[in-house]
Design a protein around this ligand. Structure first.
Ligand code: SF4
Ligand code: SF4
Length: 452
């Protein structure tokens, strides 16, 4: 795909894009569940069960210094560590915290501009220590993607190659999928904060070419436009097509550069992409000299006239959040974490919400889409729509019949799990579930062979 060529996908109807209503409630959790395992590995626990902890205390870290550490978002007590289902439905070890005392909400401090006088290497180490996890499944954590050549946040053997300067810093204000509008709404009402957050990332990364990606047709206030223009930050209007916001597609659309899949390291082609919500969390963490405890969330709840948005303490259970916000979910038929196309259906409401989740959907029975165990009818619609140029019909069959080697040969790991094949499939096949099943089984087989 050429730079600027509209990607394959489904058009988004801009006329029905609505801004979620802000919820003013200060959520005070009684219990938090903080997973110890994330996409970069397992963290080492630093506190014993039964011990009291204070807000901001380091609870677990990656001994290699790669994965973001975990801090206590509240004063409280460590009840224990046990296996718990995460946002993707995987059972992982998690710290169970009983909260007491002080609130977990972060309160805006006055920006003293101290970061402007701090060198980028010190700041990138602060980003690494801030405990920032992200919604997109990037190949390396944020600090590694922002570090200037030769200045990694920590010295580790066989770390990512950051020898190439960051030629493009793309701050992504596009929402990732239809129905999720939390990034779009983040741009209004906090113009200076947004501009400062982008300038901070530019300072850390040392780039001279920063682009704010927004949806074509999205209103940008005069004050934001002025702030960005004064700082030399360009705005790129992108066509309203799903899944343009996903990293490999966005990088190619804006720069014409192709990320080498399946590992997908944009840094290797001189590009770093940062979600606008992550940019805000980085800015607040550095401004307040505090770990990132909370993350923004959009709630889509059946029977409600509006969607809602709020900042939540990381690790709060969906059940407790809904109870505190006084949403009745007794008639709910399905809970999805992470949005309608990219999300994961859950088997329990006692699942913790972490920064990987930007949207929760609670559906009533009539809204639930039922997948069926039908055979593929070879209509070819999924092949036509796949933005990665794959053959989803073949891949789904290979995963279904556990022919994983062949699926890998047919580029299973190039699948970005956008869900378009499932959306279009007239046979209602569970395409994404089959791809995810294949990837997980291959991962398990690899782990088993390494242990032998
Ligand atoms: S195969 Fe993967 S990338 Fe292609 S349409 Fe399906 S989910 Fe999207
Ligand atoms: S859209 Fe569904 S039925 Fe059609 S080829 Fe793809 S998997 Fe088969």
């Amino acid at each position: 795909m050429r730079n600027g060529k509209k990607p394959k996908g489904i058009p988004l109807d801009s006329s029905i894009i609505t801004v979620p209503k802000p919820l003013g409630s200060d959520v005070k959790p009684k219990k938090l569940v903080l997973p110890l395992h994330n996409r970069w590995g397992m963290l080492k626990l630093l506190v014993r069960p039964g011990k009291d902890v204070s807000r901001g205390q380091l609870l677990a870290e990656d001994e290699r210094g790669v994965a973001p550490p975990v801090y206590s978002p509240c004063d409280g007590k460590v009840l224990g560590v046990r296996a718990w289902s995460n946002f993707a439905g995987e059972e992982v070890p998690a710290i169970i915290l009983q909260c007491s005392g002080s609130t977990v909400q972060e309160h805006a401090q006055k920006d003293t501009g101290a970061w402007k006088k701090t060198d980028p290497h010190t700041l990138v180490k602060k980003v690494q220590k801030a405990g920032i996890r992200e919604t997109d499944a990037y190949v390396w954590p944020l600090a590694w993607r922002l570090a200037q050549p030769g200045l990694p946040p920590t010295e580790i053997p066989n770390g990512p190659d950051i020898s190439r300067p960051i030629e493009y810093l793309i701050v992504n204000a596009l929402d990732r999928q239809p129905g999720v509008t939390i990034r779009e709404s983040a741009l209004s009402g906090r113009e200076t904060e947004i501009a400062e957050a982008i300038s901070l990332l530019e300072h850390i990364s040392g780039t001279r070419n920063t682009i704010l990606a927004v949806r074509k047709g999205q209103p940008i206030s005069d004050s934001l436009e002025r702030e960005l223009r004064q700082r030399g930050i360009k705005v790129r209007m992108c066509p309203p097509v799903y899944p343009i916001a996903l990293e490999p597609i966005l990088v190619q659309y804006i720069t014409g550069r192709e990320i080498a899949l399946p590992h997908g390291d944009a840094r290797a082609v001189g590009v770093t992409v940062v979600d606008i919500l992550t940019a805000l969390r980085v800015y607040r963490s550095i401004r307040d000299n505090s770990p990132a405890f909370s993350s923004p969330l959009q709630l889509t709840i059946h029977g409600s006239e509006n969607d809602y948005q709020t900042w939540i303490p990381e690790g709060i259970l969906v059940s407790e959040l809904l109870e505190q916000l006084q949403f009745n979910y007794s008639n709910a038929a399905k809970l999805i974490l992470g949005g309608p196309l990219l999300g994961f259906a859950q088997h329990t409401f006692d699942v913790p919400i972490t920064a990987e989740v930007d949207n929760i959907i609670i559906q009533a029975k009539p809204d639930v889409f039922i997948y069926e165990n039908n055979s593929c009818i070879n209509c070819g619609y999924c092949v036509k729509v796949c933005p990665m140029g794959l053959m989803p019909n073949e891949l789904s069959r290979l995963c279904e019949y556990e022919n994983f080697e062949a699926a890998e040969r047919q580029f299973l790991f190039h699948c970005i799990e956008c869900g378009l094949c499932a959306y279009i499939c007239p046979a209602r096949r569970p395409m994404v579930q089959l791809m995810r099943f294949g990837k997980r089984e291959i991962g398990k087989l690899r782990e088993a062979s390494q242990e032998q």
